[in-house]
Design a protein around this ligand. Sequence first.
Ligand SMILES: CC(C)(COP(=O)(O)OP(=O)(O)OC[C@H]1O[C@@H](n2cnc3c(N)ncnc32)[C@H](O)[C@@H]1OP(=O)(O)O)[C@@H](O)C(=O)NCCC(=O)NCCS
Length: 182
Amino acid sequence: MKDRVKRAPAQARERARPSPKEAVAEPQASEAGTRLSVRAARPADIEAVTAIDAAATGLPKPAHWLELYQRQGASVAARVIFLVATPAEQSDRVLGFIVGEIRAWEFGSAPCGWVYALSVDPGARLRGVAETLLAAIAAEFRKAGMTKMRTMVARDDRLPMMFFRSEGMMAGPYIQLEKDLE
Ligand SMILES: CC(C)(COP(=O)(O)OP(=O)(O)OC[C@H]1O[C@@H](n2cnc3c(N)ncnc32)[C@H](O)[C@@H]1OP(=O)(O)O)[C@@H](O)C(=O)NCCC(=O)NCCS
């Protein structure tokens, strides 16, 4: 999958960065000569989503992705948003996906948009796919009235940390606490 997309010069990518106000499904020129589309996931995408996730985690979990797909729009208070990025001219070819959820009053915090999963096909990385997906889900959160977007990353996982930091996400006001139960 190395021939997917060509990397653009940094300046071109900067200019092409989608505005948060742009609608999902608008093609975005994320790199010179290649346009990306972002659309809502479909059942037929689950296989590609599972493969992309498994390439990163080593664990195929099709039932998990299908369940998230089915939870989309289940309720306003806990609304799942599941988007995929494809080449604009090939809408069945999934390059990456993002899943987020609007969660209300979780741990007492005001409703906000959570990015729950984000992964890009190893053959399509470093070409702005994740950035385009994050901008698209941020626009969806904004449309739903959210003013804050959150995610969680493992402390020692540098790649997602570098990605989210590059997108302007910073340490938030909460810390996670845990305890072994065995
Ligand atoms: C993290 C991930 C989603 C990034 O996807 P991507 O499409 O390659 O990212 P983008 O091309 O949109 O990168 C945007 C910015 O993130 C940063 N970034 C992305 N990958 C990077 C890397 N390997 N090293 C350093 N910085 C990186 C850069 O600042 C980049 O901007 P630049 O290319 O202008 O320098 C992808 O590497 C991936 O799927 N990793 C495995 C799964 C994962 O870690 N998911 C995230 C947590 S759920």
